[in-house]
Structure formats: C-alpha cells, structure tokens
Design a protein around this ligand. Structure first.
Ligand SMILES: C[S@@+](CC[C@H](N)C(=O)[O-])C[C@H]1O[C@@H](n2cnc3c(N)ncnc32)[C@H](O)[C@@H]1O
Length: 341
C-alpha cells in the first residue's frame, strides 16, 4: 500500500517544532477491528581502504560480524541484517514524510560537505548524494557493506568513529541514524567531535530511537515481553559498555557540548498494525516485520557474551518477544509505540 509523500524540496513546507507530540491530542486511535488479530574527501590517518582482512568477517551464531576492530559492535552485518536495515530506512523515510533530514537544507541551500557516521549499507548517504549532487557525502562504518557503485559525490570509508577524527576539512552537516549499540558515550565520542568538526552554522542531526515501548495511556505491563526484552538488552549493553538509551538524551547532550538552536522532533512509531489511521497502520505493519526480522540478530551476541544465555534460550525468548509485537493486546486497550527522536 504505497503512500504519497509530500515533496520535500521546498523549504516553505519546512517546520521545526519545540512541541512535544506526546500529549493527549496526539493519541493514536486504535483500529478495533485489528486489535485482537496478529499481523493485522579526504581520508584520515586511520581510515582504511577496503582490504581482505576487513572483508573477512567474524562468524558466530550462524551470523557474520565486522572484523575491523572486531567485537566493538554486537549486531550482525550479513544480508539478513543489511536487508533489514534497508527496509528500516524506507520505514523511517515514510515516518518522516519522505524527508531525508530535518536540518534546513534544500536544493537552493544545499549542504557542501556531509558526514554520515555509522552509515551501514550507505543507503541514506547515496540518496543524499542524488538529492544534492553538488554536495560531497562521506559515509563511515566499521563494515564495508556499502555497494560498489554509488553516485560520484559519495564515498565510503571503513573507520571507527570512536577514534580521533582526522578529516582534512570540516563539514557543514553531520548525521547519525539508529546507532544504538555503537558507542560507550555518544556525547563525548560523537556529539562533541561533531561540534568540533562542524563549520560555523553547520548542523548535527541524530535520528535515534527510544527502544522501550511506550503507550498513550501508560498501561504497558511490566511483564510485556517486548519491555522485558528491552530491559534485558539494556542490562547486557551496560555490561558490554554500550549505551542503550540515546534518543531521550540527545537534546541535553547537544546543549551541553555547546550547540545552539537545538530542535527536537519526536515521531511515534506503532509496533504493529493496530492504528485505525491507514498511514500509521501501514507503518506499524512494516515496523512489526522489521522488528521481528531483527530480534535474533540484536539479541544473540550481547545476550550470549554478556548475559550468559544460551543460543537456544535467546532464540526462544526472541521468538516470544516477536509474538508479543504481533499480538496487539496484552491486558486491556494497549497502544504500543516505539519512539524515534
Ligand atoms: C544499526 S546500523 C545503522 C546504519 C545506518 N545508519 C542506517 O540507518 O541504516 C549501525 C551501524 O553503525 C556501525 N558502527 C558501529 N560502531 C561503529 C563505530 N565505532 N564507528 C563507525 N561505525 C560504527 C555498524 O557497523 C552499523 O553498520
């Protein structure tokens, strides 16, 4: 069910907001018919060109993981995960009404030098390259999982962004998206260096999740399996020294390092097809599939290495959490959402 998205080229339609969307007026109305049914440049000193060893991935749990600075990031990089990332990208684009960014750029006022940290498959960087052909786009990641053929203004580097940034020129736009699990301290490892490497007037934009499920009436039970899964992931992430809560901290981190003109926009993302509204239902159904496809990959390395769980136990509890994502109702009128900040 495709949706028409508004043309995003025109800054007239651009709008920031300081308002929280999480008040009563923003409640998402449930589709009651659905509620009981399932499924309703310049390189740096440490930047490395692609080499055999970087592409020879670590294998564990039947999945593959990055080999450059192996063990730093605990989610897989195999086709199951990269396909999920690309699907997640499309969902987020739909959530953001077709926009790639909220920073006030347009074809008439385009960015010149863009850095996408933890670029993944590079899909955002590639689309930015197409949208702004006069901009130079650099994407960095621990994994060389980006396609070989990209627009001429887009380049990818294997790089660990927690290490000193050594680009020869500064940027006017720096971007992160869905980097939970990447950092031990996003404020000092990413937000501060971004501040230091942005030209005056430049923008940092971080599009990050709140993983803990929330609902409009605050009635998610403690026992809700998705919530239990999130609690468990937070605990093992702490042991692994990886921050689990990014989205809810971004605004204060930005302000603390000295950014001015800080804007926060919150989007609700339904975790299945329960909303009555057709657009939200569509997003929820896509999101449900994406979460279920990702659960085992998110869980395996962290819960086994740092939580001591067996692979079998992890697969069973991932499956159960996935079923809870599919089933709408767990005690009452639940309206469950993830939040993207
Ligand atoms: C969940 S993926 C998101 C990818 C992409 N931003 C997107 O929205 O599809 C996080 C990415 O960050 C990368 N990453 C993890 N730790 C990193 C680090 N220290 N430096 C650079 N990239 C890192 C991972 O390899 C992975 O590709």
């Amino acid at each position: 069910m495709p949706f028409e998205t508004p043309n995003n080229q025109d800054l007239d339609s651009f709008q920031f907001t300081f308002e929280s969307y999480l008040d009563d007026a923003s409640r998402i109305e449930a589709d009651l018919m659905c509620s009981m049914s399932p499924s309703c440049l310049d390189s740096s000193v440490d930047t490395q060109s692609l080499s055999d060893s970087i592409a020879r991935y670590q294998e564990e749990f039947g999945r593959t993981y990055h080999s450059y600075h192996a063990g730093s990031y605990h989610f897989p990089n195999d086709p199951t995960e990269t396909e999920r990332l690309d699907e997640q990208y499309e969902i987020m684009k739909t959530v953001m009404d077709g926009r790639l960014h909220l920073a006030p750029f347009s074809p008439q006022n385009h960015p010149h030098k863009v850095l996408d940290i933890g670029t993944g498959t590079g899909i955002w960087a590639i689309e930015m390259g197409d949208e702004y052909p006069e901009a130079q786009i650099i994407g960095t990641d621990l994994s060389p999982i980006q396609p070989p053929f990209v627009p001429p203004n887009v380049r990818f580097f294997v790089e660990d962004s927690t290490e000193e940034w050594d680009f020869s020129a500064d940027f006017d736009y720096i971007h992160t998206r869905v980097t939970i699990g990447c950092w031990s301290d996003m404020k000092t490892q990413i937000v501060q260096p971004a501040f230091d490497h942005l030209l005056p007037g430049g923008w940092l934009e971080c599009q990050e999740f709140v993983v803990f499920p929330e609902c409009d009436d605050g009635t998610i039970p403690e026992a809700f399996a998705w919530k239990q899964w999130a609690l468990e992931m937070r605990a093992v992430s702490q042991i692994a020294n990886r921050q689990f809560e990014l989205g809810s901290n971004l605004k204060s981190w930005f302000e603390e390092v000295g950014f001015v003109d800080v804007h926060e926009t919150i989007y609700k993302i339904p975790i299945n097809g329960w909303p009555r509204d057709a657009r939200l239902k569509y997003i929820g159904m896509l999101w449900q599939r994406n979460l279920i496809n990702g659960l085992s990959g998110f869980s395996l390395a962290l819960q086994n290495r740092y939580g001591g769980k067996t692979v079998e136990d992890i697969e069973v509890s991932s499956q159960w959490s996935g079923e809870c994502v599919m089933l709408n109702v767990l005690g009452g009128d639940m309206t469950k959402t993830d939040k993207l900040l």
